[in-house]
Design a protein around this ligand. Structure first.
Ligand code: GLU
Length: 348
């Protein structure tokens, strides 16, 4: 029997064993030993360093000046050990990878069901800045990892005004990274001057009553969050915090609840790699988030955060080397969530 349009068979959290909580049984494994992780990162780097396919993003003019040869890789495990290779300290703007962490902070502040109702968690199947996706879904922002859903999520950030909201976002993402993150002023100015499309998306959501607050102010806070400067190592630590039930493995600070990590990783699995999210899960088997500056962050729950940065992108906006290296590392480090080894059953 098929469900009527718009009817949800899986309702909020009514059927969950522990609604909004993550204290039910958790089962994960361990990362390979340090030497093996180091060898895998070095192997990924030498395998893909000569791949110069793809284009550096230029629709935000400041991004076009990035050195296309940059290639950084880092793994942060849930106990705080960070392994890295290449340009892992180079700073770049976080761009869309911020969407995962702002979503987590808003989920923590407002709760699982509220965020799901206000934003949604299904894939659009369309590009990250699609206006058509909003129209096809009658004004729904659809999911927090595309621009419409990210703008709707940022609009929900606690605060009396845009300044307080921005402080909340910057401080929250800094807690995920374990250090004070700062705005890349050059990227922020450049994106602000070329932001007509995001402004339009915010206004369209507003016209459907699906955006809280003033569209220009929401777009400004969103543009700031995308312009925070991070390194590949920072991203790996931010991912490791999501892998470690919300506790930053470097600082020991609890940033969000374990249930929020579960929600965030589910949203990433469905939509983190834009309209390629299905291919990504099929090939790589981990929740991931990419951004147009060239980062790919993936999370292996209970094990580690894995970040790769390289600025050349494919046509969907995902880093070419970032995808290839992550795919390789998922296999080399045994991170695919769907993989299992054959087990001898009961012998009778
Ligand atoms: N700030 C960028 C935008 O809104 C982020 C896009 C991305 O990284 O996918 O267009």
């Amino acid at each position: 029997m098929s469900a009527a349009p718009q009817e949800r068979v899986i309702h909020d959290s009514r059927d969950a064993v522990s609604p909004g909580k993550a204290e039910a049984a958790v089962s994960t494994g361990d990362l390979p030993l340090l030497g093996d992780v180091e060898a895998a990162l070095a192997g990924a780097r030498s395998r893909y360093a000569s791949d110069d396919s793809g284009q550096v993003a230029d629709y935000i003019p400041a991004l076009a000046t990035e050195d296309p040869a940059l290639f950084g890789l880092a793994v942060a495990d849930v106990r705080g050990l960070v392994t890295y290779s290449g340009d892992s300290e180079h700073r770049f703007s976080i761009q869309s990878v911020s969407k995962a962490f702002v979503f987590a902070l808003v989920d923590e502040a407002l709760g699982h069901d509220t965020v799901r109702r206000a934003v949604g968690v299904n894939n659009t199947g369309l590009p990250f800045d699609s206006i058509l996706a909003i129209e096809l879904n009658r004004g729904s922002p659809v999911n927090p990892m595309v621009n419409a859903g990210a703008l709707a999520t940022t609009a929900l950030v606690p605060g009396r005004d845009a300044t307080e909201q921005w402080d909340f976002v910057r401080e929250g993402l800094s807690r995920f990274a374990g250090r004070e993150l700062e705005l890349d002023e050059r990227v922020y100015a450049s994106e602000s001057a070329a932001n007509q499309r995001n402004e339009s998306i915010a206004r369209l959501l507003g016209s459907y009553g699906r955006l809280q607050g003033d569209p220009s102010e929401v777009t400004d806070v969103y543009t700031r969050q995308c312009s925070l400067a991070v390194s590949t190592r920072d991203l790996a630590v931010m991912g490791a915090t999501l892998a470690a039930g919300g506790v930053n493995p470097l600082t020991g600070e609890r940033v969000v609840d374990a249930a929020v990590c579960r929600d965030t990783l589910a949203a990433l699995a469905s939509s983190g790699m834009y309209e390629r999210s299905g291919d990504w899960l099929y090939e790589v088997g981990m929740p991931g988030k990419s951004g147009v500056s060239g980062a790919v962050l993936t999370v292996s729950p209970g094990k580690a955060g894995l970040a790769v940065f390289s600025p050349r992108l494919d046509a969907t906006g995902n880093s070419v080397r970032g995808q290839r290296a992550t795919h390789y590392l998922s296999g080399a480090l045994g991170l695919n969530l769907f993989a299992s080894a054959p087990v001898n059953g009961r012998q009778g």
